[in-house]
Design a protein around this ligand. Sequence first.
Ligand code: ADP
Length: 330
Amino acid sequence: MEYMKNLKRIGVLTSGGDAPGMNAAIRAVVRTAVYHNIEVVGIRRGFQGLIEKQFMSLQSQSVSRTVQLGGTLLKSSRCPRFREKQYRKIAYDNLREANIDALVVIGGDGSFRGAEDFLEDFKDYHIVGVPGTIDNDIYGTDYTIGFDTAINTAVSAVDKIKDTADSHNMIFFVEVMGRDAGFIALYTSISEGAEAMMIPEVPTKIEQLCSYLQTERRQNKTSGVVIVSEGDENGSASEIAEKVKKILPNYETRVTTLGHIQRGGSPSCRDRVLASLLGNGAVEALRKGISGVMIGQINNEIVYTPFREATTRHNEINKYWYEIAHILSL
Ligand code: ADP
């Protein structure tokens, strides 16, 4: 493979929803680039920072002791202006003016759509993506950075909730994140032996849920946990709880929405390792002159997926796992 000899300075940014492990990815980009004598410029606040020239030089030491920190030291943003070509042109001019030869975008599928649009406008530029989102819904990688930490946070929260559910004979409806994908709900449900889960990928009617809660198999158990993905078609956990209460008025129901605690916190070991490998892979890809792809990991191998595919396809949940969750719950 021919290496890009004129790669002297790269930029790195984090965009869209933050995820634990983004700092570990930034650190891996910086350290790998420094190892190859490539300078690194950190761009603050995602695409907004590109438009507003919020650039900062990053040295090896700038990322010391950041691997264990949640959030993103470069900060993130949603930047509607980046959808307009005139602002992408400003971003391009700013990058050229600062002699930034290529860019690493750490974010979710929205961020990769932005990168894809940018590369359509400026075909001579080089961008690669690193998947950072707790939802795990991005095609082209077995896991996204942040997912492992999020499910561990959700599981420890539900462990605590179950203590009260059991003590008071209550059914708790616990809402977890995942607007378009039920990965967090699926993993949490299996880990917890939840009574049921409501996820966008498997449409479940409220009547079905109620009849399941009443099956003989449950031996009239009236406590437990139902995990609800925030993207479920029946509504939020509190809406679902209300509907269930109408059909099963004898059930004591409670609702907990885990919310943003799932996005924060120190990244798990798995997320740190994944972020380190993908951040390193991003710089290695740029050195090879590769552009327009997301760096993922499938079966422990680094894999490049074109942005177009990463943004139009989705990681699918394994429906058999859904069945297993049902079989194992009681
Ligand atoms: P995520 O990357 O976590 O999916 P968003 O969907 O909010 O987060 O996307 C992050 C940013 O990417 C947006 O704020 C916007 O600047 C940019 N972006 C998203 N979609 C597009 C698009 N179709 N064209 C250009 N930029 C986009």
